[in-house]
Design a binder for this molecule. Structure first.
Ligand code: AMP
Ligand code: GLY
Length: 430
C-alpha cells in the first residue's frame, strides 16, 4: 500500500516509523516531513497540506491508497472531506468532526449535550459580557480563544485582573479570528492525563494513557510549551478514573454517530483530562494524535498500524484489535535554547546514532533537517524526542536520560525531571 502522512513533527515521525514497520507498507511519503522521516520515507516538499485539492492531486499522481493526517489545521480545513469524496481512504475526521478541536464552544456544546464531565463555562462574542462573567465567577478562572491558536489561546488566570486582560487581548485581535469568540470557564485542579482513542463509525478503541509535561522548566515552572516530555502508562491514575475516562471516550465516539452532532469521525480522538477531586473531567478534545503523546504510545502498540488505520479509515471497527506491550515508555524532548520563545536554527546535531544504539531507545525527530553537506541540523524549537522503553518506569527514565546525554547540539535544553512527580505518587500534585 502507498501511504501519505501529512505533517512534520515528532508525532508524524512516530506515526511514519510505525507504518514503515508494516510489511503492507510499500511507498511511504511524508509531507513535508523532517530530518528523521527522510531516513524511512520520501519527504515531499512544497505540497500545501491544508489544500485538499493539492493533496488530492499528489495522492492521485502517486497512487496513494491511504492518507494519514497528523496536525489539526488540514483537518479543520476539510482535507479529509475532499480526499474521501474522491474515494481515497483517510485517517482523520471530516471538517465538521474536527470542530471538536477547532472550536472550543462547539466542543463544550458537544460535551454538554452528551453529559461529558467538563468545567462550567460560558461562551461570548461580546467583550463586556465576557468581562462581566469573569467578575461573576471570580478568580481563579480560565479564558480560552475559541479557535485554533497553536496551543497559545488558553490563559489560566490566578487573578481577575489577568483574566480581564486575557479577554481584552482576545477581542483586540491577539489570536486573530480565533479570539473573536471567547470561552470563560472555572479552573479545575489535579494531574492531567491524555487518553487517545481510535474512533470509527461511533466506536472508540482506547489507547494507553500518557502524561505530558507542558511547562518549559523543571518543577513545572516557566512558560507553557508544546510539551517537553511524556510517559506511558500513567501510574498515578486509579482503576476507577481509568474506567470513567474509557466511558467518556466511548460516549464521545457514540455521539459522533447520532443526532444532534452526527459527523464522519474516522481517526484519532484525543481526550485531555484533568483528574479532579470530583473525578476525571475533560479539558479539551483534539481531533488528532497528541504530540508528544504519540511518541510514547505507538512504541507500546503491538500489531500492525497499517491494518488498524486502514480499518479506521474504511469504517470497519469490527476489525480493530489493540494490544499493548507491558513496557514503560518515557520520552524527553531536547529543545533549542530560548524555546518556547525565539531560538536559532541550523545547529549541527551529533550523537543521534550513538543514542539509538542503546537498548530500547528510539529517537523521533521533531524540528530537524538535513543540510547541503548531509549533516543533521536543528530546524525548530522542539528538536528531538528521545524515547526509551523499560521493564520498569525507573529503567525507562534512566535509559532515556542516558540517551539524552549522548546527543549534543549548541543550546540543547531539556527538562531533567520528566516522570519524577509520578514516581513520588499522587501526593506530589497536592
Ligand atoms: P486546552 O487547550 O483547553 O487543553 O488547554 C490547555 C491547557 O490549559 C490544559 O492542558 C491545562 O493545563 C490548562 N487548562 C485548560 N482548561 C483548564 C481548566 N478548566 N482548569 C485548569 N486548567 C486548564
Ligand atoms: N500534547 C498536547 C497536544 O497534542 O495537544
Amino acid at each position: 500500500m502507498n501511504i501519505l502522512v501529512l505533517g512534520s513533527g515528532g508525532r508524524e515521525h512516530a506515526i511514519s516509523w510505525a507504518l514503515a514497520k508494516s510489511p503492507q507498507c510499500d511507498n511511504l511519503y511524508v509531507a513535508p516531513g523532517n530530518g528523521g522521516t527522510s531516513a524511512i520515507a520520501t519527504n515531499v516538499a512544497g505540497l500545501s497540506a491544508e489544500s485538499g485539492q493539492d493533496v488530492l492531486a499528489f495522492a492521485q499522481e502517486h497512487a496513494i491508497e491511504m492518507v494519514v493526517i497528523g496536525p489539526e489545521a488540514p483537518l479543520v480545513a476539510g482535507v479529509a472531506d475532499v480526499l474521501r469524496e474522491a474515494g481515497i481512504a483517510v485517517f482523520g475526521p471530516n471538517a465538521q468532526g474536527a470542530q471538536l478541536e477547532g472550536s472550543k464552544t462547539y466542543s463544550k456544546r458537544f460535551m454538554e449535550a452528551n453529559n461529558i464531565p467538563t468545567a462550567r463555562y460560558k461562551s461570548f462574542t461580546d467583550a463586556d459580557e465576557a468581562r462581566a462573567f469573569c467578575e461573576e465567577l471570580g478568580a481563579p478562572l480560565v479564558v480560552k480563544a475559541d479557535g485554533l491558536a497553536a496551543g497559545k489561546g488558553v490563559i489560566v488566570a490566578d487573578t481577575l485582573e489577568v483574566a480581564l486582560e486575557a479577554v481584552d487581548s482576545c477581542f483586540s485581535g491577539s489570536f486573530g479570528e480565533a479570539g473573536q469568540t471567547v470561552v470563560v470557564e472555572e479552573m479545575l485542579t489535579g494531574p492531567e492525563c491524555s487518553l487517545l482513542a481510535f474512533v470509527s463509525n461511533g466506536k472508540a478503541f482506547c489507547m494507553a494513557p500518557a502524561q505530558d509535561h507542558k511547562r518549559a522548566f523543571d518543577g513545572d515552572l516557566g512558560p507553557n510549551t508544546g510539551g517537553m516530555g511524556v510517559y506511558s502508562p500513567v501510574p498515578i491514575v486509579t482503576k476507577e478514573e481509568m474506567a470513567t475516562m474509557y466511558d467518556v471516550m466511548e460516549t464521545a465516539a457514540a455521539a459522533t454517530a447520532k443526532d444532534p452532532f452526527t459527523f464522519d469521525y474516522r481517526g484519532c480522538l484525543y481526550g485531555g483530562f484533568m483528574l479532579t477531586p470530583d473525578g476525571p473531567q475533560v479539558l479539551e478534545f483534539n481531533a488528532r494524535f497528541g504530540d508528544p503523546e504519540t511518541q510514547v504510545v505507538l512504541p507500546r502498540l503491538q500489531g500492525d498500524l497499517v491494518d488498524i488505520m486502514y480499518a479506521v479509515a474504511q469504517g470497519r471497527p469490527e476489525d480493530i484489535k489493540l494490544s499493548w506491550s507491558d513496557k514503560w515508555a518515557v520520552s524527553v524532548v531536547l529543545a533549542s535554547e530560548g524555546y518556547p520563545g525565539s531560538y536559532e536554527k541550523g545547529k549541527v546535531i551529533l550523537g543521534v546514532s550513538e543514542a539509538e544504539a542503546l537498548d530500547d531507545v528510539i529517537v523521533f525527530h521533531a524540528g530537524t533537517a538535513v543540510n547541503e553537506d548531509g549533516e543533521l541540523i536543528t530546524a525548530g524549537g522542539r528538536v528531538l524526542n528521545v524515547v526509551a522503553l523499560g521493564d520498569t518506569f525507573e529503567q525507562a527514565r534512566e535509559q532515556a536520560y542516558r540517551a539524552c546525554d549522548l546527543i549534543n547540539f549548541e543550546g540543547k535544553q531539556f527538562r531533567t525531571d520528566i516522570g519524577k512527580k509520578a514516581l513520588q505518587g499522587r501526593s506530589a500534585w497536592e
